[in-house]
Ligand binder design. Sequence first.
Ligand code: TXA
Ligand code: MG
Length: 316
Amino acid sequence: MITKDLSIICERLKQGDLIGLPTETVYGLAANLFNSEAVSSIFRTKNRPTTNPIIVHVASISQARALVKRFPEKATLLAKHFWPGPLTMILPKNQTVSGLVTAEQENVAIRIPNHQTALSLLNQLDFPLVAPSANPFNRISPTTAEHVESYFPAIYTLDGGPCTSGVESTIVGFEGDEVVLLRHGAISIESIEAQVGRILNRTAASEHASLPGQHKKHYAPTCSLIVTYEPLFMLSTVKQKKVGILWFKSVQIESIHVEVNLVLAPSGDLAEAAQNLFSALHTLDKMGLDLIIVERLPAHGLGNTINDRLDRAATQ
Ligand code: TXA
Ligand code: MG
């Protein structure tokens, strides 16, 4: 059920139900942080392993501070610059945060979403919200209330319109004095480095990856998906019959062998490409194709984030 009525959503959350939460990145499947029953039901509903910790969403830096033992200096700098916004920080939790949320780890992931409706909701509640993305485990993330509705028709989804960033938050942790990148996301490495200097890369793609939840396969449509710099060459080598191509800026050549051509960002802007990415994959996924071929994006800025999501969608 899709609604714009905040009071219905507040009531559901107070009763311990899950709701669909709009944010600037993707929609979340949200529950009261302090209700263990509700937190458990997130894992069951998503079919998500309990070894994969979930992100806490708060309304203010002071609400974030109340959940942690320490807030490193560089975390304060980053929070001042990027919050509210698509930056999730991994910080040492205090006893108010249950181990269920953090997969029994000492650290908790926290962010303030930059979305007016989400912030109004968080400000009306006297508890933070835990929310992983509102997709069944491994499936494509939702960027509209309708995407959430199609996955979880029985829950109330708060309609906040289409997500403006369109890819998940960037996740960073702290090791001593260093900032460590743990997941590529809606804020580029370059933007973070402009604030705190060089950061270490420990994303799943890097050789140092060690985090729980950095599952390789993710964000996947139900048919096969291939990512390549040369979609037309790839098309000439595959045997599948119903093929769709997702281009970055423009369709190179209309081919009679293709069911559908979609373009991610006619302007060539990487932020526009990120915003449209999951919606385009949802559209292609519903067309009953045998194969989706996606043009790989340039490897800088948000191109790194989009390529990361595409590589995971492609993992068999
Ligand atoms: O943009 C986003 O971050 C969205 C919206 C809803 O806020 N949420 C999101 O949640 O993408 P999810 O559950 O799909 O991805 C959360 C990631 C997982 O890879 C998880 O392993 C990691 O964050 N994570 C959560 N808590 C953690 C912790 N305590 N330590 C390390 N990684 C953590
Ligand atoms: Mg997710």
